[in-house]
Design a protein around this ligand. Structure first.
Ligand SMILES: O=C(O)CCC(=O)C(=O)O
Ligand SMILES: [Fe+2]
Length: 348
């Protein structure tokens, strides 16, 4: 199935790639002014930054993904996310669409709930998990705690950089409170470089922590509106912000528009896994700006928002361009098209 690190063909050196800065986690934790400034420009521009010097071990998650996706399809379908009301479990290939005309996707993925793994959900309500997940429970718990801690570090740096009163964002993202946080593993079989494996989207939550070994991810350049491959940086996590956080911060930052294509060059021969931690606000948090006057509009809670966004691309709910347009404008590229400028952010 997916190749080991050592036998992955190199990412081609002759294709244009997205211009994504690398920022040290230590520098964000110490509020280094250049690091805060780099984070703000990235989250108001391309929407992504690489994070070096972080403590998260993601290697075992690639092995877990291999074991999980190798299970026979009928077994995976026992955990299908369509079978209960929560956005957790297995999404099979073709369950979502990648474009306005309804082309099916070629990614399968599996969402693992933070609340079930860390005991926030009462035992009787936890979802059953397949053996590869059960077998890795302690490591997964550690992965979730470490990824969540890194997200808290990023949120603290954003508070500092944007001028949110200290602790306000952190209080809405408590590890021990109910939320839609999840770890995700994905799998795409070898696909030609020009084919879309996962359609263009912004993430729904607060902060996404992504690990890639193979190319395939593309980010939209907000200036040129062109898609650019993201070259994975070994040892770094790739960070982007989601629409829930954009709303909490009154659009002072944006979520990066991205999609997954067949990997470039020689890498197109390989099966591809990615590993993700999606951090979201606690479920009952209303998604309205923490920093602006009340506009009197009823705000959705984080749980309501995630549910709407997460299910919009499932084939059963998808109504073409109408569905895509309804959830637009949190991302920079689209915001520019609609002439929404980022709000001014205080110098870090
Ligand atoms: O596979 C990747 O590199 C990105 C996956 C992604 O964008 C997602 O799962 O939301
Ligand atoms: Fe994504």
């Amino acid at each position: 199935m997916a190749p080991q690190d050592s036998d992955i063909p190199p990412f081609p050196s002759d294709i244009p790639t997205a211009d994504i800065p690398t920022i040290s986690y230590h520098d964000l934790l110490s509020f280094s002014p250049p690091a805060l400034q780099a984070m703000l420009s990235a989250t108001q521009g391309v929407g992504f930054f690489f994070l070096s010097h972080h403590p998260i071990d993601s290697d075992f998650m690639f092995d877990l993904a291999d074991a999980l996706f190798r299970l026979p399809l009928p077994e995976k379908l026992q955990y299908d996310m369509g079978s209960h009301g929560r956005y957790f479990g297995y999404k099979h290939q073709g369950a979502s669409v990648v474009d306005a005309s309804g082309t099916p996707d070629i990614n399968e993925f599996y969402n693992i709930p933070k609340d079930d793994l860390l005991g926030v959900t009462p035992a009787a309500s936890r979802l059953p998990q397949p053996a590869p997940i059960e077998d890795h429970t302690p490591q997964l718990q550690q992965f979730m705690r470490d990824a969540h801690a890194v997200v808290m570090g990023i949120l603290r740096a954003l508070e500092q950089g944007i001028g949110v009163p200290e602790g306000e964002l952190l209080a809405l993202h408590r590890l021990e409170a109910q939320s839609g946080d999840q770890a995700r593993v994905t799998h795409a079989p070898p696909v030609a470089s020009g084919r879309i494996a996962l359609g263009e989207h912004t993430d729904y939550g607060s902060v996404t922590v992504l690990f890639n070994r193979l190319g395939g991810l593309q980010a939209m350049d907000p200036e040129t509106r062109e898609w650019r491959y993201v070259r994975p940086v070994p040892g770094c996590a790739l960070i982007n912000l989601g629409d829930a956080l954009v709303q909490l911060l009154g659009r002072r930052v944006f979520s990066g528009l991205h999609r997954v294509m067949g990997p470039p060059g020689e890498q197109a021969k390989c099966s591809r896994h990615s590993v993700v931690y999606f951090a979201r606000p606690n479920g009952d948090v209303p998604l309205k700006s923490l920093m602006d006057e009340e506009d009197g509009k009823e705000a959705l809670t984080a749980d309501e928002w995630i549910k709407q966004r997460a299910t919009m691309r499932l084939k059963a709910n998808f109504k073409g361009q109408e569905t895509i347009d309804k959830y637009r404008a949190m991302e920079h590229a689209r915001a520019r098209e609609n002439d929404i400028a980022p709000q001014v952010v205080s110098e870090a």
